[in-house]
Structure formats: C-alpha cells, structure tokens
Design a protein around this ligand. Structure first.
Ligand SMILES: NC(=O)c1ccc[n+]([C@@H]2O[C@H](COP(=O)([O-])OP(=O)(O)OC[C@H]3O[C@@H](n4cnc5c(N)ncnc54)[C@H](O)[C@@H]3O)[C@@H](O)[C@H]2O)c1
Length: 497
C-alpha cells in the first residue's frame, strides 16, 4: 500500500465527459487544475459536469471538503501542463491523437510529472512508443462519472517505471479513488473486457428478438446487478455454492459454459437496421428523460448505494469512508500552532441543499457544523484515522445547542472550539458558529456544548485515551483554562447558568 497524497497541481488535457469528470474530482479535493481543450464549448461542458458533481458530492459526504481548487483554462497543452505534478490525458480514443498530445506535454511538463492516459483500451506500450521519457506514462482508466466512482485501473507499459505506478496510485488514492493495479497489459484491461463480453451478448439478444433494451436492463438491475455492485462475480458465486463453496459451484455450473448458450466470440454486424432497432427501443425506454435528468438519477442512485456500502463497511463504501477520514484529518485546526485562543475548527459555505423552505440553514445542520468542529478537535489531539483504526475514539454523550441567528445558503460560516474539560475519559467542548458578513465582521449564529467520552471501540465501553492523546488534550485544556468562560456554557434549556 502506497500512502495517499494529493498532487500539488494537476493538468487535464481534453475536457469532454471523462476530462470534465477528472476536473470535478480534482478541484473538489482541493487540487488546482490547468485544462486544455480546443473546443470553444469546453468551458460550458465542464461547468455542466461540475454542477452534477457538486450536486452528487454534497449528498455523498458531510466531511469537510477542502477549499476548492482553481480551474485555469489554458490556451495550449504546454500552458496547462507546464507546472503540473499529475497530467491526465482524456482526448478522443485514437492512438495518433494521443501520441501527438504526449509530444506537446513532454515539451513543456516537468520531467518528473506523471502522465496518465484515460484510454479505455489502448495498450500503454503503444501509447508511450514515441515518447522521450516513456517511463512516466501509465494508463489510469477511470469510470464515468469520474467524480463518484472510485475505481481507476492502473496499467503500466513495457517502459513504465515502477515508481510512476506508485506515485500515480498515491495521487489517485489522495483524491478518494481506489487504484487497482492490473498485473499485465492487455487491450481493454480488466473491466472493459468484461463489459464488452456482456455488451456483445446483449446485442445478440436484441438482434435475435429475444429481449428489448429495457428487458435486458431490467434483467440486470432487478437482480444480479445489485449483487455485482457489492460483491462482484466470484464472491457472489462463492456464496451461491452454499456451504460446499466455490469448488462445488464450479463443478455444478462449470460444464454449462460449454453448452452453446453464448455467442461470445461472435459480434453481430452493426447494420443500420440493428442500430435503428436499438435506438428506437432505447427511446421508448428512456426518451422521456433528458440526458441531464438521467445523469442526476444515476448519480443520486450511486450516492445512495455508496452510502449504504459505507454503512456496511464494505467494498466501494470503504473507499468513501477512508476518503472522509482523510478529509477530517486535514482540517485546519490540526495545523494550527497557537492554542492560546479557541481553535478554528470548520469553515465553509452554506450549501443550497442545507436550507429549509425559508431559505435559511436547517436547524439539523447546526449540529452537523458542530459535529465537524468536534471532529477537528479530535484530530488536533491525535484521534486521527490511524488512532480510529486502532480502536479508540470519543463518542458524544450529551449536546446543548443554542440557535441564536439565521443564515442563508451561500454565506461563509466558520466555527471556533474551546476545551472546557479534558481529563480522564471526558472531553467537554464549547463551539461558537459564526457567519462572515459582507464587511468581514463575524456574526454569532449558534453555540454548541458537548460532552464526549473516550471509548474502546472493540469492547464498546468507556476507556482512557492513549497517553499521547491524553497529553495533547491536557495541553489544550490547560491553554484554554485561562480563556473567559463562554456565555451560555453549562446552561439548561430555557434556564440561566
Ligand atoms: N466515456 C466513457 O465512459 C469513458 C470511460 C473511461 C475512459 N474513457 C476514455 O477517456 C477518453 C476521453 O473520452 P470521452 O468520453 O471523455 O470523450 P469526449 O469526446 O467526451 O471528450 C474528448 C475531448 O477531447 C477534446 N480534444 C480533442 N482533441 C484534443 C486535443 N488535441 N487536445 C485536447 N483536447 C482535445 C475534445 O474537444 C473533447 O472535448 C478516451 O480515451 C476514452 O476511451 C471514456
């Protein structure tokens, strides 16, 4: 496992469906991106993808996203690539176009930049054949929508350096992806080989009048597609074999593979007639939705599936959980040196979907903000992803929020946090939530007081924190002891202090 790290700067060459998705994923993870695409429509198309990505990522996570990276539309490949650590190529699927692009990248990019092709199937050895420094090219094959699906297949060519694959894996993990290293280069790699086989079979089923496009999609999405999303093929079949397991499953069903069920080796001729049949059936199936609507439906469903998998600590949900932990680990309070005042523990804009019918931030979101602030304090004292993985954490046992003022979508808000008590198993925190006014002044929105208890997550019972955490908490508590006791601390509902 290579440690995840974000590229300092990235370039994306080609801003279509896939390039736009890369840009969205990168800037949402705080990476500045230079982009080049000769199409004058490219900025509009990328903005459309960004709108979808914002909608999806807001639903996917409550974790504190870093300040967005900047997008710079460049006038040339050289200008986009000149200062990038990671250069993602996403131009049309033609070897000659890609090779021309690499020549222009090489003329301008830093010599140690990683160049990652999004190709769906061209061999990296062919892609790098004419390069001056072929060792820095690999295939990083993503899946649409790139801003939501974690998988990226990493494929090295004959001349790709092992270090290039390691750096690319670290960069992709750093922006919340699951890099899967493919052991040998073959055309179409692993996932598209599989998808092509299924697609070929589906074309035959339509051509032979066995099923319509909608019936084929139903056969997938009402049944085995749900299994594939969470266990894939072999783990599903292991379960299907029952207690007798995989060997039994193969013995039982393996011989069927030799029956003439499939036409996998043949491809139906894509005659005008067959293409029209498929297009007409697809119109009847889905024509009532625009592509934009279908993208939103797809993204909302993917978010729901990813969240369910996260709750079950399984598959792609684990990638999302690891990404969220790294976002919490990266909050500013962790880096703040001075502790003689309250720590700044969250800062962001109020997203539009955090508001209620009045256009004001919903009351439940005040708790979300305080929850982020609490997490930031935990990170500061050393309760980070590694500590959590070792089984220690703090659980909130009591909360008191005062809702003092309202705030609208788009406003910048931030929280500060003060430790009132930090000894033994207990940590008592007091947060202030502010809005930033147009003149830069702060307006108090709410206060939140929270009692937390340290927990051993294996036994699920209260326990003392590790010494290093106890020491950092004590340092913070001591520094904050001289601060004024916050107004409202220790107050019961409706009562005085
Ligand atoms: N669409 C998918 O589902 C998918 C999935 C994974 C990988 N890919 C791969 O990603 C790559 C891009 O595919 P796409 O679907 O985004 O295609 P697309 O047609 O949507 O986008 C390609 C973009 O490249 C631009 N372009 C053309 N020549 C260029 C040049 N010389 N320099 C910079 N930009 C240039 C075009 O203007 C266009 O905007 C292909 O290699 C494809 O195989 C596609």
């Amino acid at each position: 496992m290579v440690a995840a790290t974000k590229p300092a700067r990235a370039a994306v060459i080609g801003g279509g469906v896939i390039g736009g998705g890369w840009v969205a994923r990168l800037i949402q993870n705080g990476v500045d991106v230079g982009i080049f695409d000769p199409d004058p429509e490219a900025p509009r198309k990328i903005n459309d993808v960004m709108a979808n990505a914002d909608h999806a990522v807001r639903r996917l996570t409550m974790a504190p996203l870093p300040a967005r990276g900047h997008i710079r539309f460049a006038d040339s490949i050289a200008e986009a690539a000149k200062d990038a650590e990671l250069i993602v190529e996403a131009v049309p699927e033609r070897l000659d176009i890609k090779q021309t692009v690499y020549a222009q990248i090489e003329a301008a990019a830093p010599t140690d930049a990683v160049i990652s092709s999004s190709t769906s199937g061209i061999l990296p050895s062919d892609l790098q054949a004419q390069m001056q420094h072929p060792e820095r090219l690999l295939v990083g094959h993503p899946f649409n929508p790139v801003y939501l699906l974690p998988l990226v297949e990493l494929v090295g060519g004959a001349r790709t350096a092992a270090a290039t694959l390691d750096r690319a894996a670290a960069f992709f993990a750093g922006i919340g992806m699951h890099p899967l290293r493919i052991r040998k280069e073959i055309e179409a790699f692993v996932a598209d080989r599989f998808l092509e086989a299924v697609w070929r079979e589906a074309l035959w089923l339509v051509k032979d009048g066995i099923a319509t496009t909608e019936e084929i999609d139903d056969a997938i999405r009402y049944g085995f597609g749900l299994r594939w999303a969470q266990m894939g093929l072999f783990e599903t079949y292991r379960v299907a074999g029952g207690e007798a397991g995989m060997a039994h499953f193969i013995a039982q069903f393996g011989p069927c593979l030799k029956w003439p069920w499939t036409k996998l080796m043949d491809v139906p001729d894509l005659t005008d007639e067959l293409v029209k049949t498929i297009s007409d059936q697809s119109d009847a199936q889905s024509g009532r939705h625009s592509i934009r609507e279908l993208e939103r439906i797809r993204d909302d469903n993917l978010v729901a599936i990813l969240q369910a998998l996260k709750a079950n600590d399984w598959g792609a949900g684990q990638t999302v959980a690891n990404w969220e932990k790294s976002l919490y680990d990266a909050v500013p309070a962790r880096r703040q040196q001075a502790i003689d005042g309250p720590l700044e523990t969250m800062r962001q804009q109020v997203p539009s979907d955090w508001t209620d019918y009045n256009g004001h931030m919903n009351e439940a979101r005040y708790l979300d903000c305080f929850s982020m602030a609490t997490d930031a304090v935990m990170r500061w004292i050393g309760v980070d992803a590694a500590y959590l993985a070792n089984g220690g954490s703090y659980f909130t046992v009591e909360t008191h929020i005062r809702h003092l003022d309202e705030v609208r979508a788009g406003s910048e808000i931030f929280a500060t946090s003060q430790v009132l008590l930090g000894e033994g198993k207990k940590m008592q925190l007091f947060h202030h939530l502010y809005a930033v006014e147009a003149d830069g002044a702060s307006r108090l929105l709410a206060t939140g007081e929270h009692m937390l208890i340290h927990v051993d997550m294996t036994s699920r019972s209260a326990s003392l924190p590790e010494d290093s955490v106890a020491a950092r908490l004590a340092t913070l508590a001591q520094a904050h002891a001289s601060l004024p006791h916050p107004d409202g601390a220790g107050r019961a509902i409706g009562g005085g202090n």
